[in-house]
Design a protein around this ligand. Structure first.
Ligand code: ADP
Ligand code: MG
Length: 736
């Protein structure tokens, strides 16, 4: 007897070849097959009499074949199959192109149902390339209804899937309900078995919609519930409660007052939220989201200062060595002698002192500081480097020595790459971990990272507070779903006085003007990024196009300039080397695929040229653009596209109008759907949840229901089916 757990190889009429194909897309059992949903329907539900069909409409007709034959056209050497269909209202022609095998299935005298578009032909209307099926006793599958269309992976055609799903559809009745009845009733949802059978073969559009809603609800619900459970689990850890006294408050105020600029309001609020979190005895788990250049690093450093001043250690992790080095420089600049702590204050107003020469001043200043307060010792640890700053200059130090210093607590702020979470690194009293560009780590890695941070136990068995940072602007509602396990702070405001980057859509005819402009910029000493088109289907093609572009620029257009190349097939080490050279000014023009590092600061770069810009999402284009305009030079972003579509041009024009990442992300979301947003694509969300991310209303409802369940504080014990489903879901979605 067939059950939901029956292996697909045991299902009627599925041969070994198809078993393999199904397994390749993760379908092992009848249940899995039932959970392979269509993504749309062909609406063939409009069944008409032949005498009533009208030109241009998509219809279904049912009738008898009175003639059928294959014809070979002389002119275009095509095989045509022509059939005449008759019902009691008239006769019409159906025509198929290049499918001569049709006549093996369809013969005169057979009753068929045909669905397709009515087109004009010399001798009247005809239905062109229709779906067809021979009428037997059962329901129609491929015609005369809403016909499900599936993603045709591994050569699994929709037609094949329909036929085989139909054979096992009755098993849908056995699918266990896992949602609490109260939710089903409150939200007027289909029960699960009904939803499954209606999603495949809906009776009508209303039911198709209801089925989709139920299944999207499920996915969103499971995601959110999972996130909330994660959050709860995290909060069960013991955190390090950091209490701030007046002195520390003073220190932070001084630090902020001594910055050469004013904090933005958003920076101030975010820093405050973080510091408030430190005062709780639960570990913080917060995401700091802010556009490129919104000043996230500074928020991280201010919070770090609070922790360090309380006598604890801080770890600051970046995805690449070059970013880690950049953070080291920034930390040294900010925490270095000039704005270290309260001690500096009195000195600056001492006139006699300020007349002395700089080094003398520095030395005395430092001595006095040592008296009043301890230095902030900053270290860098990456795969290839270990360095330390102890108030004077950045020095090399052996890895072994550095590890010792970390262990005895002599390092206050440790900056680095993945190297920070190696077993060898033991902290004295780590209280705060910062992860920069967290979306670069992927959901699995992030989980691992969190675990490892948890495992970086100090003697107190506490978990450090965790701050993740990302430049991906995800609208808040979305972030609450995708990052529902985190608290959220948003830097939705740019520092004052940022220069506006001049963005231009360049017509193909003006390409040479753009090249000429770039020549002038490079001659002035500026640097240039050239981004090659995104090729979704194939990394190899993308790399090839980047190499071609590189060679063209190097050998034809800019023979006298230094051209660099960066793409995803290079080793991390090679990529870093190229970025390093670029940041040192040894490369004038860097040709890159979309892998180009986002966090890196190259103040000398003034032109961002993007080829095939129509292939990128707006938010991503905006991120590329954020690579330039970081220094004092007026900067430019040139968008190239071969597309002549009005829509494309309108979309790209949004980029010219807006320099707000969140705004652009919302537009992307509306125009191209959530999958386009970097960070969401990597989130591992299942299809329906992904597709429903724009349905803010649904997300809100789902969230409310999930919160209710969580607030019962029972770890789902009351809902064994839900628990079971959750476990399977987590496994399928690779959250773990
Ligand atoms: P991101 O958020 O992209 O990581 P960064 O933290 O790298 O941005 O900041 C970009 C630049 O802006 C840095 O040089 C930083 O010193 C500067 N910056 C940060 N905050 C402010 C501010 N409030 N006003 C002016 N400049 C700021
Ligand atoms: Mg940054």
């Amino acid at each position: 007897m067939l059950t939901l757990e029956s292996k697909i190889s045991e299902l009627p009429t599925i041969g070994p070849a198809y078993v393999k194909k199904l397994q390749k897309v993760g379908i092992e059992t009848a249940r899995d097959l039932l959970f392979y949903f269509p993504f749309r329907y062909d609406d063939f539900s409009d069944v008409k009499k032949i005498g009533d069909v009208e030109l241009g409409e998509v219809v279904s007709v049912i009738g008898k074949i009175i003639d059928i034959q294959n014809i070979r056209t002389r002119k275009r050497k095509m095989n045509l199959t022509e059939a005449m269909i008759e019902d009691d209202s008239g006769v019409m022609k159906a025509i198929w192109f290049n499918q001569p095998f049709m006549t093996r299935n369809l013969r005169s005298g057979i009753n068929v149902s045909l669905s397709g578009k009515v087109v004009y032909a010399q001798d009247g209307f005809q239905i062109s390339n229709p779906s067809y099926e021979i009428l037997g006793s059962g329901q129609s599958l491929h015609t005369a209804r809403l016909v499900p269309i599936y993603h045709e992976m591994e050569g699994l055609s929709s037609k094949w899937l329909r036929a085989h799903l139909k054979l096992i559809l009755r098993l849908a009745d056995d699918i266990e309900e896992f949602l609490p009845i109260s939710i089903i009733e409150n939200q007027h949802l289909f029960c699960l078995s009904e939803a499954i059978s209606q999603i495949h073969f809906p009776d009508d559009k209303v039911r198709a919609k209801a089925a989709k809603k139920r299944l999207a609800f499920d996915e969103l619900f499971l995601v959110q519930l999972y996130m909330m459970m994660q959050k709860k689990k995290w909060q069960e850890n013991k955190g390090i409660k950091i209490e701030f006294d007046k002195k520390i408050e003073e220190d932070i105020k001084n630090f902020i007052n001594k910055l050469p600029f004013k904090l933005t309001n958003a920076q101030r609020i975010s820093s405050w939220n973080i510091i408030k979190d430190f005062e709780k005895n639960k570990p913080m788990n917060r995401l700091l989201e802010g556009d490129v250049g919104s000043g996230k690093t500074l928020v991280a450093l201010i919070s770090a200062l609070a922790v360090i001043k309380s006598g604890y250690q801080v770890a600051f992790m970046a995805p690449t060595e070059i970013l880690a080095r950049q953070h080291l420089k920034e930390a040294v600049r900010r925490f270095g002698l000039d704005c270290l702590c309260a001690g500096v204050h009195s000195f600056e107003h001492n006139e006699a002192q300020s007349k002395q020469d700089d080094s003398d001043y520095r030395l005395k200043n430092e001595l006095q500081l040592r008296d009043k307060s301890k230095h902030i010792n900053i270290a860098l640890l990456t795969g290839s480097e270990s360095k330390i700053f102890r108030g004077e200059k950045i020095e090399e130090i052996s890895k072994k020595k550095l590890l010792e210093k970390i262990k005895i607590g002599e390092v206050d702020l440790l900056i680095g790459t993945h190297s920070l979470i190696q077993k060898k690194v033991e902290f004295h009293n780590l209280a705060f971990s910062i992860i920069d560009e967290q979306h670069r780590f992927g959901i699995e890695q992030r989980g691992k990272l969190q675990n490892e941070i948890v495992n970086m136990k100090d003697g107190l068995k506490t978990v450090p507070h965790l701050l993740s940072m990302t430049a991906t602007p995800i609208p808040r509602t979305l972030a609450l779903t995708v990052y529902g396990d985190l608290d959220l702070s948003v830097l939705d405001e740019m520092p004052k006085g940022r220069q506006k980057i001049i963005t231009k859509l360049v017509a193909p005819a003006n390409r040479n003007l753009a090249y000429k402009f770039i020549t002038e910029q490079v001659q002035k000493g500026r640097q240039v990024f050239v981004i090659c088109p995104l090729i979704e289907e194939s990394d190899i093609l993308e790399v090839r196009s980047a190499i071609e572009e590189y060679e063209k620029l190097k050998n034809v257009i800019y023979k006298n300039f230094q051209i660099g190349l960066l793409h995803g097939k290079m080793k991390p080490k090679e990529k870093e080397e190229v970025m390093q050279k670029f940041s040192e000014g040894k490369i004038d023009i860097l040709v890159s695929t979309s892998v180009v590092e986002v966090g890196i600061d190259i103040p000398n770069a003034s032109v961002m040229l993007i080829e095939g810009s129509d292939r990128f999402g707006l938010a991503q284009l905006h991120q590329f653009r954020g690579r330039v305009g970081r220094g004092e030079h007026q900067s430019f972003c040139f968008l190239f596209t071969d597309s002549t579509a009005v829509k494309t041009h309108q979309r790209l024009k949004a980029l010219i109008k807006s320099d707000n990442g969140f705004e652009l992300a919302e537009q992307d979301l509306k125009i191209r759907g959530p999958g386009e947003l970097v960070g969401i694509r990597q989130s591992g969300l299942p299809d329906l949840a992904m597709a429903s991310l724009t349905d803010f209303e649904l997300i809100k409802i789902v969230r409310k229901e999930a919160e209710k369940i969580i607030s019962e504080n029972d770890n789902l014990r009351k809902y064994p089916e839900l628990l079971k489903k959750m476990k399977k879901f987590i496994k399928d979605v690779h959250f773990e």
